[in-house]
Write a protein that binds this ligand. Structure first.
Ligand SMILES: C[S@@+](CC[C@H](N)C(=O)[O-])C[C@H]1O[C@@H](n2cnc3c(N)ncnc32)[C@H](O)[C@@H]1O
Length: 226
């Protein structure tokens, strides 16, 4: 092995062990943030994105089609009022009761009416072929679960779509890379696992990378055949 490939190998090994240490901590901390610390979610997401979280999230809007739109894992509900403007019937499903309470207050203050359901992506309480678009921004682990994709495919109308928003780092800057690793620790083979879960549910995915700055918004649109 040459010196430079040995260095690359060392860097990869360091990155891998760093993510093995950080990932369980990250999952624990984020679970807290979805439940007992949900009141701090908007502030934390604003801080870790340097104020960009909301604009990243809004990247979903231009891909939304149809009258019946469901947001899964809506968190503090920031996107729901915008979906309510875009769609005739906007609905939201979220697992956390704390997130529901925050969203309920927010929607009431803004006089927005959206149907909210407490539940999980792996068991959607909606009838077959009843939804035109499903939106998931910065989804939790459910997005890699084949059971969730089976549910998405079941409730989507023929020609309907699942829209998933995430971000990726497009920079070699070591400080940015470390910061990004801490905030968004890489999930092993996430892209391959997503593609496999989605393809198994017969959804056809197209990936759109938006922006040319150091952080790109990645919108994955997975469509059900018409
Ligand atoms: C990272 S937050 C994203 C929130 C929001 N979409 C945003 O862009 O800020 C993930 C959300 O998914 C919810 N969640 C976690 N597991 C879920 C599941 N199996 N089904 C539905 N929602 C889930 C969490 O409670 C949390 O509110």
């Amino acid at each position: 092995m040459g010196a430079s490939s040995a260095r690359r190998h060392d860097r990869r090994a360091m990155t891998f062990s760093l993510s093995r240490v950080i990932r369980p901590l990250y999952l624990w901390a984020y679970d807290r943030l979805y439940h007992e610390l949900a009141w701090g979610y908007d502030l934390v997401s604003w801080f870790v994105s340097l104020g960009q979280w909301d604009s990243w999230r809004r990247a979903a809007l231009r891909f939304v089609r149809g009258e019946r739109v469901l947001e899964v894992g809506f968190g503090t509900g920031e996107l729901l009022p915008l979906l309510a403007v875009k769609a005739e019937r906007a609905m939201g499903l979220e697992a956390s009761a704390a997130m529901h309470r925050i969203t309920a207050r927010k929607l009431a203050r803004r006089h927005v009416k959206v149907i909210r359901v407490q539940g999980i992506a792996q068991y959607l309480p909606f009838t077959d072929e009843s939804i035109d678009s499903i939106v998931c921004t910065f989804p939790a682990r459910f997005i890699l679960d084949p059971a969730a994709h089976r549910e998405f495919a079941r409730v989507l109308r023929p020609g309907g779509r699942l829209i998933v928003v995430d971000v990726q780092l497009n920079s070699a800057n070591p400080i940015l890379r470390l910061f990004f690793q801490i905030v968004f620790p890489p999930v092993k083979e996430a892209r391959a696992r997503y593609q496999s879960a989605s393809a198994a549910a017969a959804l056809i995915s197209t990936v759109h990378c938006l922006g040319d700055g150091p952080v790109q918004t990645v919108v994955t649109v997975s469509e059900k055949a018409a």
